[in-house]
Design a protein around this ligand. Structure first.
Ligand code: CA
Length: 220
């Protein structure tokens, strides 16, 4: 599951991202409305957390533009305490839910999960099957044949990123960007560590190394 946070208060955005990543979500963060609209329009997110007062383009306009372009990604709006959020206007523009700042992190996570569930089977994350590997991205469970393989949140996120693009080459940088978030400035070789753990747990041959390009997940 990939989430996009569009929030110009950088400390808030980063702490939300950190918390949601600890829950096992892949999270990208942008700090202005124009970037937010651009990234959300790529259609690769399962949910967008959208602040209203943003530089570039406000949250209402971002939301309205996404809906006008036919994107049905769930949108959770964030609003300041002073009543800047007009519920009627927000719902008019197509937001699914809103939260008033300051909010408790626990409430945010509950709302995010509720929205992802509400999205239902039609738009929800599918179960991906590659050979004898089955990855249920909604239940966050992995099976090899009938046997369940237990993964950590991060291991799952790396596998999820590979399995939704099964058959394609996925670069290490792409995994870093989307699983760790694009502000990660640690050692890129962390990806190799996770891939080798996944190979140990899932068996060799499933995740292939494509020299100089990245990794490809395919049926053995
Ligand atoms: Ca703001």
């Amino acid at each position: 599951m990939r989430l996009l946070i569009v929030e110009d208060e950088k400390r808030l955005a980063l702490s939300l991202a950190k918390g949601l990543m600890a829950e096992g979500f892949a999270v990208d963060v942008v700090h202005d409305g124009v970037d937010g609209l651009h990234r959300a329009s790529e259609g690769r997110y399962d949910l967008v957390i959208l602040d209203i007062m943003l530089p570039g383009m406000n949250g209402y306009r971002v939301c309205a533009a996404l809906r006008a372009a036919g994107h049905d990604v769930p949108i959770l709006m964030l609003t300041a305490k002073d009543g800047e959020y007009d519920e009627a206007e927000g719902l008019d523009t197509g937001a699914d839910d809103y939260l008033t700042k300051p909010f408790s992190y626990v409430v945010l996570v509950a709302r995010v999960k509720a929205l992802l569930r509400r999205r239902g089977p039609a738009g929800g994350s599918p179960v991906h099957v590659v050979g004898n590997l089955k990855v249920d991205t909604a239940a966050r469970r992995v099976f090899l044949g009938e046997d369940e393989t237990v993964l950590t949140a991060k291991e799952f996120a790396v596998l999820e990123h590979l399995v939704v693009r099964a058959g394609d080459v996925v670069s290490k940088a792409d995994i870093l960007d989307h699983v760790w978030d694009f502000a990660y400035d640690g050692d890129p070789n962390i990806v190799e560590v996770y891939v080798s753990t996944l190979r140990r747990k899932l068996g060799a041959g499933l995740i292939k190394t494509v020299r100089g390009a990245g990794y490809r997940l395919e049926a053995r």
